[in-house]
Design a protein around this ligand. Structure first.
Ligand code: F6P
Length: 557
């Protein structure tokens, strides 16, 4: 079913919201808090181990009520139902988007086109479990008989960012029986990435996972070819090397086979790349953290799938975050959004969310091919909050742009034991310092000089009025991390539904891939490209590259 948000009552709500935005733009966050000192009591949501405080967003009760009406009118919940039941929501590619099916508990049926999807999902999970068990027990051996010590995931975008982030974030959850395994990630098409890593590894004890949904991505295939060539030094047959040192994860069994890969895991056609860490693309996570923790990650995400369709709007975390994101982008003209985890373990969260948000909602046409009526995805970037404070926060505090922020932090990391060492005590102090900074920065961004009498000297002024939400979780666990990522997935879907755009395709990145192939042919061509079909700028750059590297002439000889 196509969601029609352009019906008359929706238009009326958009109009009311536009009007409300003109009013609220005249008020500062400081004034909003003065008017309603207990704003935080109204504008927060608790769910399981999570607390979302959005009182520092520029909203009031009227705005939240209108946004809720918009959600209802845009049939957001039925859009979720559609998506979760396997309807073709990715219309430009004629596909479903069933990432939520990847975290359905065993036994819960989901029949799509006459097939029980959950069964396929659990068969794959079982196949992953076998691989994980063999690696942890030291049964999986290289072709010369030595147990595997290093696993290298080769993939890019959705086949890299999620697993890479989760592995870094949850390092403390590596089980005892997996301590002997190191999991590495190679994503860049720049060969230096893999070359540097391979210099440190032993081919006899290294296993590669080639993760590519399409199994067409040149970046990944190029790196996989380098890995293949590197294994040449092993004293064994090609077939044996491929059998013992490669696992493929893809939706194309044919292409994996063509590449020589025998151990294969499927990625289903109905899972988008940036939504795929819950599938076999998550194999590196399962290898590093063990299947138990991988299943906890899935359970945390599933809990949010339930929450998003069942909780009333006012108590619904992803829905509220999605509505606020649309409010900021479409009504308050805030087009930059920064992700600020106050936790070193979540350093790579902003990279993951940049793809999730911008590749999904960086669209300008609606489902029916019309130019979208408002601005869509903001520019999303970020860093560990404590480090960002010493880098780009200056712009947030005193620059000319309005920027919204998500502060994210686990509340506690260390056990509250009294009998601790000096070093543990120092670590606990650091944790408190981190949290104090997290709360302080959102406060300063919101209120600026108005917190206390600021200095009126122009260069010392803090304008404030930069909106933010803060999402706290009790601890960083696989379960909570699963919940966090599902919240953002659903937030993105809410935004797309309100804008009536397709968050599941990415045609914008396809053209560049094709053009790079023809540029590559020209780099290899010894002729000067000045007179070619290129613009003068591209021709100048191309010739400079060719001259310096003699690519063309070496190709000739
Ligand atoms: O180029 C963008 C993209 O298609 C992403 O959407 C995707 O996550 C990434 O490339 C990798 O694709 P694949 O898993 O097919 O190699």
């Amino acid at each position: 079913m196509k969601v029609d948000i352009r019906n008359e009552s929706s238009l009326l709500i958009w109009k009311h919201l536009r009007h409300a935005s003109q009013e609220i733009k005249r008020e500062t966050l400081h004034q909003l808090f003065q008017k309603t000192p207990k704003r935080a009591d109204i504008f927060h949501i608790r769910h399981q181990n999570l607390l979302l405080d959005y009182s520092k967003q520029k909203v009031n009760l009227n705005v939240m009520q209108r946004l809720s009406q918009l959600a209802k009118n845009s049939r957001v919940i039925s859009a979720f139902d559609n998506m979760m039941s396997g309807a073709v929501v990715n219309q430009s590619e004629g596909r479903s988007a069933l990432h939520t099916a990847l975290r359905l508990p065993q036994g819960q049926k989901l029949v799509v086109k006459g097939e029980d999807i959950t069964q396929k999902v659990h068969t794959t999970l079982h196949a992953m479990e076998l691989i994980v068990h063999k690696l942890h027990a030291g049964y999986w051996r290289g072709c010369t008989g030595e147990p595997i010590t290093d696993v290298v995931n080769i993939g890019v975008g959705g086949s890299d960012l999620g697993p890479f982030f989760a592995c870094q974030a949850l390092h403390e959850f590596v089980p005892e029986n997996a301590q002997h395994l190191q999991v590495h990630f190679v994503s860049s098409m720049d060969g230096i990435h893999i070359d540097r890593l391979l210099k440190k590894l032993n081919p006899a004890t290294t296993l590669f996972i080639v993760a590519s949904k399409s199994f067409k991505t040149p970046d990944t295939l190029g790196n996989a070819k380098i890995a293949k060539a590197w294994l040449h030094s092993l004293d064994s047959e090609y077939h044996e090397r491929m059998k013992h040192h490669f696992i493929g994860v893809s939706s194309s069994a044919e292409r994996m086979t063509e590449f020589g890969i025998q151990h294969q895991l499927p990625v289903f056609d109905w899972v988008g790349g940036r939504f795929s860490l819950w599938s076999a693309i998550g194999l590196p996570i399962a290898i590093k953290l063990g299947m138990k923790h991988f299943r906890e990650l899935l359970a945390g995400a599933h809990a949010i799938d339930q929450h998003v369709i069942n909780a009333p709007i006012a108590n619904n975390i992803p829905l509220t975050m999605g509505l606020i994101a649309v409010w900021n982008a479409s009504f308050l003209d805030i087009h930059a959004h920064t992700i600020l985890p106050y936790d070193e373990r979540m350093r790579h969260l902003p990279g993951y969310l940049s793809q999730l948000e911008m590749e999904s909602n960086g669209k300008a046409v609606t489902h029916d091919g019309q130019i979208v009526a408002s601005q869509t995805s903001p520019i999303v970037w970020g860093n560990v909050g404590a480090n960002a404070q010493h880098a780009y926060f200056q712009l947030l505090h005193q620059g000319t742009h309005y920027v919204s922020s998500d502060f994210i932090a686990p509340i506690s990391r260390y056990e509250n034991a009294t009998d601790i060492t000096e070093q543990q005590r120092a670590l606990q102090e650091q944790e408190k310092l981190m949290l104090a900074n997290c709360i302080t920065q959102s406060r300063l961004l919101a209120f600026g000089d108005q917190i206390k009498d600021g200095d009126s000297t122009p260069h010392l002024k803090y304008r404030g009025d930069q909106p933010s939400s803060t999402l706290l979780m009790d601890r960083l666990t696989p379960y909570n991390l699963g919940s966090l990522l599902a919240i953002y997935e659903h937030k993105v879907f809410v935004m797309a539904t309100l804008w009536n755009i397709n968050p599941f395709d990415q045609w914008g990145v396809e053209m560049g891939k094709r053009m790079a192939q023809s540029m590559l042919a020209d780099i290899q061509n010894p002729q000067d490209s000045q007179q070619s079909h290129y613009d003068s700028s591209s021709a100048l750059l191309l010739n400079a590259v060719k001259k310096q590297n003699h690519y063309g002439s070496s190709n000739q000889s």
